[in-house]
Design a protein around this ligand. Structure first.
Ligand code: NAG
Ligand code: NAG
Ligand code: NAG
Ligand code: NAG
Ligand code: NAG
Ligand code: NAG
Ligand code: NAG
Ligand code: NAG
Length: 672
């Protein structure tokens, strides 16, 4: 059975008695996952959940995660590999510097190599570690380094490893070729346990079990090791001491395994793994003074001021956002269940419904028509305090439906409707069409409203807010997250285009991040063009989407908005697209990359992605790719991309960040 489970448990504890005057409450966030084995047959999501790096593979016949990836033609000496859980785990509360508690259990087998020519090569090279590392795209050095430490940035690489070492490297202080060590940011172990003492031989070729328990608040680590082929929980740990991991942890880290071979080789197999972590955080209630709630949700207009404010507040808003997100998610799920059962009962009773469309029992997620009164009361009569943002198309509101579900409402402005939506029927039709399209990277539409000369689109509420907040605000998204966002946006957009639909309002503020930082596209443009045929329209608008996607790519890499506030002396950098093309011309594209990301950036990858972005801004008949091609370029990083023109094409069409066109650059596109 596939047994990957992901449970997000949220337990509130309100310290009412002790801290009655406190604004903060403590919250436990628990993450759990488990792999009974690593076979594709049993885990359909294996490739998605575990990221392999370097020489590593899933061995289907053994059902294991294997390092190195041995094959006839390759030399498996001097190989290093990692297998990491693909999603970051919260392991430190940045405010209190308290590490998370975690428990992990895994079984492993370090196999005798029967192909070795020399008897002394049987096993013993080099070892396996359970690692906690800051990124999920680099591999460590092979040989005695066990794939743990990273070459690129050794000095500031935070990492923790529990090593199961089968080779003696006296230069690293190894006592023998059969020990467990605790490595804190260094390959030289802080603590070493000679496991020969307890009668265990790590490289005897049998299956061993290990249990690692860390109590974050107490800062105590317990390591247990089972005897060969026995998975009974040993009551006595082989190691149990106080140890502060917090200096070696970031708030979010990746967990998994690394292993390496040197002049001597061995095959390292992880056969099963489960992991649970609990991190404690303090949830601060937003008050009207601190206005934290608003900062996270406000839209683009106050970006710069919000950024300044946020940076003063250090990491608080970021953690706050994530916990708010988790809380809201849990509530929505609970209340959702409650509502479904209640709604069914009610629907069964009322046969005499006035509006069939509203009262017919329906699957809870099916988009439906809303009454204006319903939406009005959900937003306290479209009260200003519920405003999330606004643009030239209308105002975004946060709303809470009678069933408790949180939604985001786009209320199209009267001015917009009078200029672009003269044919309201068609606008509504477009909303309905898009609301039936479902994709993991598209924000679900809950429904629409067409009363009182109003048109409102109702979306799921995404508590993490929009991408512009994360890019241009206080927190710094790491490169891997940014790359993921770009791929997510491309996937969502490409899917829309295959359905002959277009987004028509693509910009950073219409990309939202869900609880797991998956990017979803929302705030669709919806507008249909007057007399044009559907096919013509889809060609034009898809092209405009691709162009806007290219600009978003540049914004994500550069961490700066497409048009910066005019500031004397910075004019050459004012327009991001100009700036990027200029850098391309002088072959200095690395300069666009957001420096705040520090050393943990895959520059080669970033430059390739930037080139893909620039391709998207070419004229349509001069090499602008389709989203389908873009997705291929992004998912297959080996695939060659067409060469960019040496200099910026003269006719590169201008763009307008205000997106005043019907489908963005519609009018410009027509000129080509
Ligand atoms: C949170 O977890 C800690 C230890 O992991 C526990 O002591 C505490 O009681 C938990 N809090 C709640 C509210 O469950
Ligand atoms: C919330 O915190 C503020 C400042 O930290 C304090 O003045 C106020 O009394 C607190 N309110 C409550 C209800 O605890
Ligand atoms: C393992 O090695 C083989 C042969 O070199 C290669 O075809 C395969 O893609 C590798 N597997 C992984 C997961 O890298
Ligand atoms: C898949 O799971 C079943 C039942 O848990 C187990 O018997 C089988 O060996 C597993 N398959 C592999 C390839 O590990
Ligand atoms: C490790 O333990 C074994 C068995 O107790 C012992 O013979 C050996 O000397 C120990 N090695 C070291 C370096 O202490
Ligand atoms: C591995 O090799 C050693 C030494 O040759 C041997 O004692 C041991 O039994 C082997 N283990 C397995 C599982 O074959
Ligand atoms: C591997 O073997 C070569 C040649 O025998 C030697 O120069 C090198 O130092 C060895 N490397 C390690 C890590 O032992
Ligand atoms: C983790 O795995 C161990 C050993 O397979 C098992 O005893 C334990 O119950 C598992 N824990 C969870 C939470 O799945």
């Amino acid at each position: 059975m596939a047994s990957i489970s992901y449970i997000l448990l949220l337990i509130f504890s309100f310290f009412n008695l002790v801290h009655s005057a406190s604004n903060a409450s403590s919250i436990n966030v628990t993450k759990h996952f488990s792999f009974h084995d690593f076979s594709f047959t049993n885990n359909s999501r294996l490739v998605h959940d575990v990221k392999l790096l370097g020489s590593a593979k899933f061995s289907d016949e053994k059902g294991s995660l294997q390092i190195p990836n041995e094959s006839e033609e390759t030399d498996i000496r001097h190989q290093a590999g990692r297998g990491l859980y693909s999603f970051p785990i919260r392991l430190l509360d940045p405010i209190t510097k308290t590490p998370a508690s975690f428990q992990t259990t895994f079984s492993f087998q370090l196999n005798n190599l029967t192909t070795a020519s020399d008897i002394s090569d049987y096993g013993g090279g080099s070892g396996l570690t359970f690692i906690i590392v800051p990124d999920e795209f680099t591999v460590g050095r092979p040989g005695p380094w066990l794939g743990m430490l990273n070459d690129a940035c050794e000095s500031d690489y935070k990492a923790v490893a529990i090593e199961f070492d089968t080779r003696e490297n006296p230069e690293f202080g190894d006592p023998n070729d059969n020990h467990v060590g605790i490595n804190l940011g260094s390959i030289v172990s802080t603590k070493i346990i000679n496991v020969s003492d307890i009668g265990v031989s790590l490289k005897d070729g049998f299956v061993h079990h290990a249990w690692i328990d860390y109590d974050g608040p107490q800062r105590r680590i317990d390591i247990r090791l089972g005897l060969a082929n026995q998975d009974v929980y040993p009551t006595k740990p082989i190691f149990s001491e106080f140890m502060d991991l917090s200096p070696y942890l970031n708030e979010y880290m990746f967990v998994g395994f690394s292993a390496a071979t040197g002049n001597h080789t061995q095959i390292h197999n992880i056969l099963s793994w489960n992991f649970t972590s609990t991190s404690q955080a303090f949830l601060r209630y937003p008050s009207s003074e601190t206005c934290q709630g608003k900062i996270m949700l406000e839209k683009t207009t106050t970006e710069t001021t919000a950024a300044k404010e946020n940076s003063k507040r250090n990491e608080t808003p970021r953690s706050f956002l994530i916990f708010m997100a988790s809380v809201v998610l849990a509530l929505v799920v609970l209340i959702g269940f409650y509502f479904i059962s209640k709604h069914r009962k009610r629907a069964a009773k009322s046969n005499t419904s006035i509006d069939e469309e509203i009262h017919r029992p329906r699957p809870p997620n099916k988009p439906r028509r809303f009454r204006f009164s319903e939406l009005s009361s959900s937003t306290r009569s479209f009260n200003e305090i519920e405003v999330l943002g606004s643009d030239n198309r209308g105002v975004f509101y946060r709303g809470k439906l009678a069933n408790g579900n949180q939604v985001a409402l786009k209320r199209f402005s009267a001015q917009f409707l009078s200029t672009h939506g003269s044919d309201k029927k068609r606008l509504l039709k477009e909303i309905k069409v898009i609301s039936h399209v479902r994709h993991p990277n598209l924000l679900p539409i809950r429904g629409w409203c067409q009363d009182n000369n109003e048109i409102v689109a109702v979306y799921d509420f995404v508590p993490n807010g929009s991408l512009d907040k994360w890019l241009f605000g206080a927190g710094v998204l790491p490169w891997t997250r940014r790359f993921k966002v770009i791929k997510d946006v491309a996937d969502g957009l490409s899917f829309l285009h295959t359905k002959q639909l277009a987004h028509k309002n693509l910009k950073c503020s219409s990309v939202f991040l869900d609880v797991s930082f998956r990017a979803v596209l929302g705030d669709f443009g919806f507008v249909l063009m007057g007399a044009e045929s559907k096919q013509f329209e889809s060609v034009v608008c898809n092209g405009a989407d691709v162009f806007e996607f290219g600009v978003i790519v540049l914004e994500v890499i550069g961490g700066r908005p497409r048009v910066e506030d005019t500031e004397e002396g910075k004019s050459e950098e004012r327009n991001l697209l100009d700036f990027a093309w200029n850098l391309h011309e002088i072959n200095d594209k690395g300069k666009l990359v957001d420096r705040r990301m520090g050393s943990l950036i895959n520059l080669e990858q970033a430059i390739r992605v930037m080139e893909i972005g620039l391709l998207c801004t070419l004229n349509e008949n001069k090499g602008r790719p389709t989203m389908e091609q873009v997705v291929e370029f992004l998912h297959n990083m080996e695939k060659p991309i067409p060469e960019l023109p040496k200099t910026r094409p003269v006719a590169l069409f201008p763009y307008n960040s205000a997106n005043t066109g019907l489908c963005n650059n519609y009018s410009c596109t027509l000129k080509l």
